[in-house]
Write a protein that binds this ligand. Structure first.
Ligand SMILES: Cc1cc2nc3c(=O)[nH]c(=O)nc-3n(C[C@H](O)[C@H](O)[C@H](O)COP(=O)(O)OP(=O)(O)OC[C@H]3O[C@@H](n4cnc5c(N)ncnc54)[C@H](O)[C@@H]3O)c2cc1C
Ligand SMILES: *[C@@H]1O[C@H](CO)[C@@H](O)[C@H](O)[C@H]1NC(C)=O
Length: 441
């Protein structure tokens, strides 16, 4: 529910891409000139286990959905600015091209077709038709990938997409926010929201301290289900990533390859940086169901999937099933590295919604509570534009094309699995079960 859209104080929980970009947009908007803005996170910046922090993220307008494709294209315009002080400068963004493939008749084909239509239209509108090229032959894919592998039977390359150094992008954004002098940063872990009847008045920390504000913006990513009841609307799903070390010569060669994303399996490889290559899966993910006190009524317990990261277990390694999938993809995509051991692995957490749509809206049942989450594994690329959209929504100006997508879903679903056509792997895997079957092959 919306209080006055221009409250005296705003408390943003979480300094990931959703929280930090919101802080930046608020601090620049004249209508919030008299608002005290605070950002609170449990971790120092950058969060070691935050979803916005990693060596790389794909920056693509390659979406099956036209609204996200256009918003991503708007973000890419800013990523492409390459001056030392610009977002895309100093190696933060590389326009390597993206090869998107799917086998005909298999999972992912429809997504790739829709995506091809959208990016071909965008390239045509910009007079850059040659940037997008459809592949009809295996040999064409192999040649475009340039890493020796890539045997899929259909797909395309979009030379207008690429990848970002995710952590460096977030450090850039943090510096921009700090330079405004408008935002106070605090560290502390929230245990619960503080309520006065149906009004949220702040957040209570593990220390017992309370941070009060007229408006609380919840941007705690995959952990959000601990602080409000999101059952049937969003849940944390763990995604597997494996990293391997490569030589200088391999870095030199593979560093020039495009991103390769196989929509039939969800497996992808982003060009390496600093001698490290990453193989990962954009999948249905692993859930980690926990019994926790209901945020609405702490006398009752509810089951919620919550992240498990190296913050909880420093020795955490991906389950064997995930490592095997990464190994298979590596063998297929870069045969010369087929048996190179993985030196690091990570489970990174998506905040998955049923359609892959973000949740950017006031909570319908609590006054003074706004939600900015539900990244669904594709939120990072919007770093330069999402804060403005979030603040538009805070002010009640919901962008027409996203009004229904980002709202609080009227109905819950039974199983909160993202069915946007882009995911690979098997739905329904449970982290603890998979870990019990073994890990560290
Ligand atoms: C493996 C992986 C690959 C991805 N690939 C891509 C990609 O290629 N392209 C793309 O566009 N997107 C990608 N994404 C998605 C994108 O990274 C996310 O959508 C985005 O980073 C989510 O940001 P966030 O701000 O919601 O969450 P986060 O960055 O996780 O931020 C949440 C913050 O909340 C804090 N927090 C949590 N609980 C509490 C608490 N109780 N008290 C205080 N603070 C708390 C955390 O410390 C954290 O800093 C990927 C995500 C993953 C995991
Ligand atoms: C994509 O995955 C499918 C299914 O495993 C596989 O047959 C195909 O060769 C892969 N494509 C590429 C380019 O790796």
């Amino acid at each position: 529910m919306a209080p006055s859209p221009h409250p005296k104080s705003i408390l943003i929980l979480g300094h990931g891409v959703f929280g930090l970009s919101t802080a930046y947009a608020l601090s620049l908007r004249p209508s919030f000139a008299n608002t005290r803005i605070t950002v609170l996170d449990r971790s120092p910046f950058p969060s070691p286990d935050g979803s916005s922090i990693d060596s790389s993220r794909i920056i693509r307008a390659d979406y099956h959905d036209a609204a996200y494709a256009s918003l991503a294209e708007a973000a890419q315009k800013i990523w492409r600015q390459q001056g030392p002080n610009d977002l895309g400068g100093e190696g933060r963004y590389t326009e390597s091209g993206l090869v998107l493939v799917a086998n005909k008749g298999e999972q992912g084909e429809e997504y790739v077709r829709g995506s091809l239509d959208n990016v071909a239209r965008i390239a045509r509108d910009l007079g850059d038709e040659g940037a997008v090229q459809e592949f009809k032959l295996r040999a064409e894919i192999e040649e475009a990938v340039g890493a020796g592998g890539g045997s899929g039977d259909w797909g395309y390359i979009n030379r207008r997409s690429g990848w970002a150094d995710a952590e460096a992008g977030m450090l850039w954004l943090r510096r921009k926010v700090e330079a405004t002098g408008r935002v106070e940063f605090k560290q502390g872990e929230v245990v619960s929201l503080v309520k006065d009847g149906r009004k949220v008045t702040g957040a209570k920390l593990t220390t017992g301290k309370v941070e009060s504000a007229d408006l609380v913006i919840l941007a705690t990513g995959a952990w959000s289900g601990k602080l409000i009841d999101l059952r049937g609307r969003a849940q944390a799903t763990g995604q597997v990533l494996c990293y391997l070390d490569i030589t200088k010569e391999e870095q030199e060669k593979l560093g020039k390859c495009p991103v390769l994303l196989n929509m039939s399996t969800g497996m992808f490889i982003i060009p390496p940086s600093n001698g490290v290559l990453k193989v990962a899966r954009h999948g249905y993910g692993l859930s980690n169901p926990r019994s926790i006190p209901s945020p609405d009524d702490p006398s009752e317990n509810i089951m919620v999937s919550l992240p498990k990261t190296t913050h909880d277990d420093p020795n955490l390694w991906v389950p064997a099933e995930g490592e095997r999938a990464c190994r298979k993809a590596l063998r297929e995509m870069i045969p010369s590295l087929a048996e190179r051991p993985f030196t690091k692995s990570k489970i990174c957490w998506y905040t998955d919604t049923p359609n892959g749509d973000f949740i950017i809206t006031y909570h319908p049942d609590y006054e003074g509570l706004f939600l900015a989450t539900g990244g669904s594994g594709h939120g990072y690329k919007f770093l330069p534009v999402i804060g403005d959209k979030i603040v538009d929504c805070v002010e009640g100006n919901y962008p027409e094309e996203f009004r229904e997508k980002w709202c609080w879903a009227e109905e819950c679903v039974e199983e909160c699995v993202t069915m946007d056509g882009s995911r690979g792997g098997v739905p329904g895997l449970i982290l603890e079960d998979e870990l019990r079957k073994g890990s560290r092959l």
